[in-house]
Design a protein around this ligand. Sequence first.
Ligand code: DX5
Ligand code: ZN
Length: 225
Amino acid sequence: MVKLAPSILSADFNRLGETLSAVEKAGIMILHLDVMDGHFVPNISFGPLIVEAVRRATSRMHLNVHLMIRDPLLYTPQFYKAGADSIIFHREVTTDPVELAGAIQSEANYRVKVGISYNPETPIDGFEQLEGICSEILVMSVHPGFGGQQFIPETLTKVKKIAEYNKAAKEPFIISIDGGINPRTAPLAIAAGAQVIVAGNAFFKDQGEYRYDHFNEIANTLLGS
Ligand code: DX5
Ligand code: ZN
């Protein structure tokens, strides 16, 4: 079953609590939290304080923390303590993703799931070595840093390649896709094999205005159900 992971980057932070209650009521099981450090990406978003506040707002939803930061290991303990369920680091910040994934696990007392993300221009060569170490691969379908960008269709090649690999894998990867997902692009991502689709603007905004309810309808539209 394909799942939707709303990215709170596009939510109204002034009304975050009530927004998240409505999201949870709509049956959403995963939240996507975009952490940006102003170095790895040319934007700054939020850190552990907001993750912790989100954790207090929902005990049921799985918190996927997408670290678009240069030094994920340094901040892992803080995000773990803040309540992250999954910590996703970027392939571009390390020469040894296997080692980094293991180190993140260890820093989080083996209590989080670890995922890896690839920028649109980063090849996924060698991803097979991460089987059993990273539970999730997050394919970036926009250049990370900002919500509301155009979907890059070429990135679907990576989704297809991982989906193909999964067929014979002992511990298949969860394939997620992030960026530019809307009612037009979501079916393409799902057809390619994406199992988690991240959506920011398409989920939390309606013609430029923040949405505070009717999350069920937009979720059904994006998931095609
Ligand atoms: C981009 C972030 C995305 C972003 C998606 O750097 O990683 O998660 O919030 O936003 P939309 O769905 O608006 O492209
Ligand atoms: Zn993201």
